[in-house]
Design a protein around this ligand. Structure first.
Ligand code: FAD
Ligand code: DHB
Length: 399
């Protein structure tokens, strides 16, 4: 097979890239190890920042998002000390004039798959043995075994590595030029999806001596909730009752007249937390985008938005190269994308370390005092609130 761009991985990054290239008249082929049903069933991110929403709308993917998504002006930040819980609303629109939208990654994936099918683009699902070849040359190729067991080769002008954190693309950048940075955090999230109306109109991020909790949502009838747990936590130890008890405690059930509604839990899993950045994001004609190049801890809701911003820059660069014959944007892709990657890496680390309790290993609660001081500052100072709001609601894609 021959195409202009072979895209490895059909998560949000790969699917959106194929859509953006298609709009620019650039042919692509998508390769994915999983089935479409598996990709659609993965419960992951839920918040789109304003620049992601603007981009999706501009490229014809905003219709269902506008109809079924939920625009939020901001978030609640809260903390509990002794018997007292303080909950503050931080209004992004007031502070920076931008909002965010709650729209599940599963819904966005559904829209992207429908757009790809409507355009009649080629996608190969359930492939195996994916290997990248000659990526430093102008004629790279990718080999794989298709779902019928046939070996195939796709030759292209460029390879887009959109295959997430565990895919093979990042390793195709030679170790002599690759540099990585990593932080593994001493906690994880237990995430649950529940068939119950959200008990809040906007997300609640809660600091609690027993650990962080987050109340998010997917729709008027489905809630998404998270609890800080140990990194090696066994999900089998968390009965539904135990999950609801911990959520009620940490989210301040019964305090200030607020209570948490409970309902049947339909999904439960533990998510490890790490920051990881791999550079460069381009090697020859191989371009990394999304989780293939970087992972952030989920606290700032940035993972999906970073994947969208990467492919927006990448589609522009590949179109300039393959349609206009101009290599400048391809040459600066890694640097351009990494400016935003590092900003989001810092913000995600900052939100994470502000909100998660750490074991007091020196016999005092120094970290907790700093966290509470920081929370008081961002909820009482315009400058503090505006900094959080600007980063959470998202910087322009070209930042
Ligand atoms: P992915 O969505 O990982 O897509 C990569 C695709 O490549 C996958 O479909 C994979 O099957 C495929 N692939 C892998 N290997 C190969 C191969 N060899 N050949 C072909 N295809 C391959 N972010 C948030 O902002 N908030 C959250 O709450 C949140 N929760 C998350 C929970 C989990 C369990 C995980 C893993 C991530 C979560 N994220 C969250 C992060 C967010 O979902 C990701 O940042 C986002 O999915 C990145 O999109 P992507 O397309 O780059 O990568
Ligand atoms: C969700 C996930 C996040 O990581 C976050 O910061 C906010 C919301 C969610 O899954 O809804």
């Amino acid at each position: 097979m021959r195409t202009r761009v072979v895209i490895v991985g059909a998560g949000p990054a790969g699917l959106l890239l194929s859509h953006l290239l298609d709009r620019a008249g650039v042919d692509s082929v998508l390769l994915e190890t999983r089935s479409p049903q598996y990709v659609l069933g993965r419960i992951r991110a839920g918040v789109l920042e304003s620049s992601s929403v603007d981009l999706l709308t501009e490229v014809g993917l905003g219709e269902r998002l506008a109809r079924e998504g939920d625009e939020h002006r901001g978030i609640y930040l809260q903390w509990t000390e002794g018997q007292d819980t303080e909950r503050h609303h931080l209004d992004f629109v007031d502070h920076v004039g931008r909002s965010v939208w709650v729209y599940g990654q599963t819904e966005l994936t559904k829209d992207l798959m429908a757009a790809r099918e409507a355009a009649g683009r080629q996608a190969h699902y359930e492939v195996a043995d994916v290997a990248l070849h000659d990526v430093a040359s102008e004629r790279p190729s990718v080999t794989f075994t298709d779902r019928n067991g046939r070996r195939q080769r796709v030759e292209a002008d460029a390879v887009a590595g959109c295959d997430g954190f565990h895919g093979p693309s990042r390793a195709a950048v030679p170790t002599s030029v690759r540099r990585t940075w990593e932080r593994v955090y001493p906690y994880a999230w237990l995430g649950v999806l529940a068939d119950v109306a959200p008990s809040t109109d906007e997300l609640v991020y809660a600091w609690h001596p027993e650990g962080f909790a987050l109340h998010s949502m997917r729709s008027a009838t489905v809630s998404r909730l998270y609890l800080q747990v140990a990194p090696d936590e066994d999900v089998a130890q968390w009965s539904d009752d135990r999950v609801w008890d911990a959520l009620a405690t940490r989210l301040g059930h019964g305090r200030n007249g607020w209570s948490l509604e409970q309902g049947p839990i339909t999904e439960k899993s533990v998510l490890p937390m790490r920051s990881h950045v791999a550079t460069p994001m381009r090697h020859g004609r191989l371009f990394l985008a999304g989780d293939a190049a970087h992972i952030v801890p989920p606290t700032g809701a940035k993972g999906l938005n970073l994947a969208i911003a990467d492919v927006a820059l990448l589609a522009r660069a590949l179109t300039a190269l393959l349609v206009d014959g101009s290599p400048a944007l391809v040459g600066s892709y890694s640097e351009d994308a990494l400016r935003r990657v590092w900003r989001c890496t810092h913000f995600s680390w900052w939100m994470t370390t502000m909100l998660h309790t750490v074991p007091a290993d020196r016999g005092d609660d120094f970290d907790a005092r700093l966290q509470l001081s920081q929370l008081r500052w961002v909820t009482s100072s315009h400058a503090g609130a505006a900094g959080l709001a600007e980063n959470y609601a998202g910087l322009p894609i070209g930042f």
